[in-house]
Design a protein. Structure first.
Lengths: 190, 376
């Protein structure tokens, strides 16, 4: 066990709540009054799979759980589980609901090295690399004359159909770099 | 009879205790089903006594009206926890009291009363639980606010009718009670209650040079101290000083009821923080809010959130927003204030409409009572 301040919580952290381990799915920090802050937490109970929401003062001391981490790659989808494998091809299944924030980037044959987190041997969360490269399946025609990237338009990613805003010069079939923490388009690769 | 414990730490000034004292009285005097016995724990009875002269600062336990007031001392006494426990502004209950809460066969309904904000996220966080790592105790966060998806605002059940009944004769009696001459037609009356504020000297100078005679009534503390610095000499309570078109009058510390009457009697009220800010809205008079300053200018987000709600549908919102922004350090109050004064009649009409809108919502104390009933 370790002390974890509520204000430091991130997706994938595991804390103890009412004597149960819960994995943080989302942590939203808001300034309250008089320089204090609160953190709204969406979390999943690892024993019951139940998803719930809670709120804590940002300076509240919670019990964090030490976790094992392993580099893995994405393998395949077997509804409702997403399957990852380690370097020895051991498969690890994680419920798609737990991976809500990254499912939009999971595609067949992807080679990105992901960090899978385990609690008592069970995989509970996956962290993608800071940036990934994906192919644009559809976007409106190129905006003429725009080389600045200031004009943006919607693009649809191949396989997942995820939509994001890209620079006006991006074309269908282009490979683009995406920031997985913010979900933002970073640049065109080819 | 349901027992409620309300805990309050006086962190600075009188905002915390002002809100807790109002809430305690409103809970104890509520007219709904079932009697509520309220025990208010306060760590600083000296400060409390300024707001409520009936308080005996050295008395550890006393009845004030229908509320039992207890001194929250360092050595917290062994007491039986109430059925409902309110922790005002995350003031952190005594550990022995929390342990006693956990030992109860049925844990109390434990509520953390949060700060008021007009931001959208408040609706998503209102009434969320805050479960403990290992204890069965669960705390709920209760957020005051301006929409039906928040906890609402503090408002006595007879506030609006009392406000309407406050006529010119009542106003004259009030002025006399605090040593101010009855109102003529000659001056604009402005109450000044603020934190340290770099806009104060510019505001005062603007009043001195303005076309309208203005009487500024300064509250004890930061307001009077800043006016004194600007004058270059100490201003004592009851003293009147005239400079150009400005008359400055240092008024005494007022009880909550007296402060309401001051707000109702003035043409413009400069207010600060949370409690006086809410009372100024119920007063239905033009007001200028100095928000509690926060690190990294976080308060401007909160100020903007309130202005967005408050000025929705207003034809000339910048008249108000420019003045408020300048009073909070963004802009020139000497430019914004004359424009504000020139539009007072319209601002006042709008304030009446706004208060009427707020009055349609359930008040904070009744929202709390309803939430507690749903938990048991």
């Amino acid at each position: 066990m370790s002390v974890k301040l509520a204000g430091e919580l991130q997706s994938g952290n595991v804390i103890i709540v009412e004597n149960n381990p819960v994995v943080v799915l989302k942590a939203q920090y808001n300034k309250s009054g008089r320089n204090s802050a609160v953190v709204k937490v969406r979390m999943k109970n690892l024993m019951t799979e139940r998803i719930s929401e809670a709120i804590y003062k940002a300076d509240e001391k919670l019990e964090g759980v030490m976790l094992e981490r392993k580099d893995c790659t994405y393998s395949y989808y077997a509804a409702p589980m997403q399957v990852f494998v380690d370097s020895e091809f051991n498969p690890y299944e994680i419920h798609e609901e737990t991976l809500a924030d990254i499912t939009k980037y999971l595609i067949p044959d992807m080679t990105d090295v992901c960090e899978v987190t385990f609690y008592e041997g069970r995989p509970i969360s996956v962290l993608l690399p800071k940036t990934i490269i994906r192919e644009v399946e559809y976007t409106e025609p190129v905006v003429r004359g725009d080389t600045s990237g200031k004009i943006t338009k919607t693009a649809v990613l191949k396989h997942t159909k995820h939509e994001l805003q890209v620079s006006g010069f991006v074309e269908i079939g282009d490979k683009i770099e995406i920031d997985t923490e913010t979900g933002d388009f970073k640049k065109r690769i080819a | 009879m349901r027992r409620w414990d309300l805990f309050c730490r006086v962190v600075d000034n009188y905002g915390d205790i002002g809100i807790c004292w109002r809430l305690a009285r409103q809970l104890a005097d509520h007219d709904g089903e079932g009697e509520i016995h309220v025990r208010l724990w306060v760590d600083d009875l000296e400060s409390f006594a300024k707001l409520c002269p009936a308080i005996a600062p050295r008395s550890p336990v006393q009845a004030v009206g229908s509320v039992e007031v207890c001194h929250w001392s360092t050595n917290f006494p062994s007491v039986d926890p109430a059925d409902v426990v309110i922790e005002a502004f995350a003031c952190e209950l005594p550990l022995t009291y929390i342990a006693a809460m956990a030992r109860r066969p049925t844990p109390p309904v434990w509520i953390n009363l949060e700060y008021l904000s007009a931001e959208d996220w408040v609706e998503d966080c209102h009434l969320l639980p805050s479960p403990h790592p290992t204890s069965p105790l669960k705390k709920y966060f209760f957020f005051p606010g301006f929409t039906s998806r928040t906890g609402g605002l503090l408002r006595e059940r007879d506030l609006m009718s009392t406000r309407v009944a406050f006529d010119a004769a009542a106003e004259a009696v009030f002025w006399q009670s605090i040593g101010i001459p009855p109102r003529g037609n000659e001056d604009l009356r402005v109450s000044l209650f603020c934190y340290e504020n770099s806009a104060v000297p510019e505001f005062l100078q603007s009043c001195v040079e303005g076309p309208t005679p203005i009487r500024v009534l300064t509250a004890p503390g930061a307001a009077t101290e800043q006016v004194s610095r600007w004058l270059g000499r100490g201003l004592v309570t009851g003293e009147l000083v005239r400079v150009g078109a400005l008359a400055v009058h240092a008024i005494p510390f007022l009880s909550q009821d007296d402060y309401d009457w001051l707000l109702w009697s003035c043409d413009v009220n400069f207010v600060r923080g949370e409690d006086s800010f809410v009372r100024a809205q119920w007063a239905q008079r033009p007001f200028v809010w100095q928000i509690y300053p926060q690190d990294k200018d976080a308060h401007f987000v909160k100020l903007g959130a309130f202005l967005s709600r408050f000025l929705h549908g207003v034809s000339e919102p910048t008249v108000i927003s420019d003045c408020w922004q300048a009073w909070n350090g963004r802009g020139r109050i000497s430019f914004a204030w004359p424009n504000y004064v020139a539009n007072l009649a319209e601002i006042r009409r709008y304030g009446e409409v706004w208060a009427c809108q707020l009055d349609h919502a359930e008040d904070l104390a009744n929202n709390l009572i309803r939430f507690v009933r749903e938990q048991v």
